[in-house]
Design a protein around this ligand. Structure first.
Ligand code: SF4
Length: 328
């Protein structure tokens, strides 16, 4: 049997979280206690990933700090000489934890999130007073020369605040920001979707969002990066880059391992495709199911490309929507 080789691994070590963001696709909170992998299962995944040629790990949650064995897991990555991004909402960070994280040679990037232009606006979305902790963590890593990446998941009401949000980061040397409008509420129940629907940036506003973001990219070229809202030309470019590759749909994603050990090839949380249990083996057989999935992703790309002729689209959400319309 031939296997797909993985370069990068996106691992959600828990779905538990100390925040409760209104838009969270995981319905973040402390109630996620079930079906989590043990320390040894995760270590085994890291070893197998390394053995089959893996190089890079995105270590994320939920909130990884919710696991008491978090540093033991990071020690394991370090011993295997795997480089990694560490993603945290920063709420549980303190000086000792920051210092320990910064001491890893493998730490390539610290990933965190800011959800509003000031502490109050951030708290209105995050549900917790974590604004200062996030900025403090960014400042800490910036001083050490370790790159930080800030995800701004933007509520509809905050579109006019984009510049004020960006201004928080312009003085940092190693910080880049990605602003993604909230386009979907992922796995939430119908009730919760209804309660939170004011957060969603409607499709009709994507072009406006895009124009504003383009202007900010020009004004702050070293700070603000790509977002998920793409124009027709941008999607065409990204597909063209990989189109000669037989597995091109997977080239800009990486394998994702969920806390219960399920494997899939997408970051998208409502993707119903799984490839068995990661804690049994990290290898993905290149069988019929695998190629069917690649075919499905290629079709999703074509559909999203066609839709983008009319208006800019939120890429991940549209891909999800297509996959779910086919698989139900
Ligand atoms: S920090 Fe992330 S996992 Fe936690 S509630 Fe917010 S979006 Fe969900």
């Amino acid at each position: 049997m031939e296997y797909y080789k993985l370069n990068s691994l996106y691992i959600e070590v828990t779905h538990a979280c100390n925040q409760h963001c209104r838009h969270c696709y995981l319905d973040g909170g402390i109630h996620h206690k079930n079906a989590e992998m043990t320390t040894d299962q995760i270590k085994k995944i890291f070893s197998e990933f390394k053995a089959q040629g893996g190089r890079y790990v995105i270590f994320t949650g939920g909130e990884p700090l919710m696991r008491s064995d978090m540093f033991e897991l990071l020690d394991c990555l370090e011993a295997l000489h795997l480089r990694f991004t560490f993603a945290s909402n920063s709420f549980g960070m303190n000086k000792e934890r920051l210092e320990r994280l910064a001491s890893y040679r493998g730490l390539e990037e610290y990933f965190t999130s800011i959800l509003g232009a000031d502490a109050e606006k951030h708290k209105a979305i995050a549900g917790k007073d974590s604004f200062d902790a996030a900025l403090n963590a960014i400042r800490f890593f910036d001083k050490k020369g370790i790159p930080t990446f800030v995800q701004v998941t933007l509520a509809n009401d905050y579109i006019e605040d984009m510049e004020n949000i960006l201004k928080l980061f312009v003085d940092f040397q190693n910080c880049s920001v990605k602003i993604t409008p909230i386009a979907s509420l992922g796995c939430k129940s119908a009730e919760e979707k209804e309660l939170n629907k004011d957060l969603i940036v409607p499709k009709e506003r994507f072009d406006y969002f895009h124009e504003k973001l383009d202007a900010l990219c020009e004004k702050y070229p070293n700070c603000v990066g790509d977002d998920n809202v793409l124009t027709h030309e941008q999607i065409e470019e990204s597909i063209a880059e990989y189109s000669e590759h037989p597995l091109y749909s997977l080239c800009y994603g990486s394998v994702c391992v969920r806390p219960n050990g399920d494997l899939s090839f997408s970051y998208n949380m409502i993707n119903p495709i799984t490839f068995g249990k990661a804690y049994e083996s990290i290898k993905i057989p290149m069988d019929e199911k695998f190629f069917d999935y690649i075919g499905l992703l290629k079709k999703a790309d074509e559909k999203v490309l066609a839709d983008s002729e009319k208006t800019a689209v939120e890429y991940d959400t549209e891909i999800d929507r297509y996959i779910n319309s086919v698989l139900g």
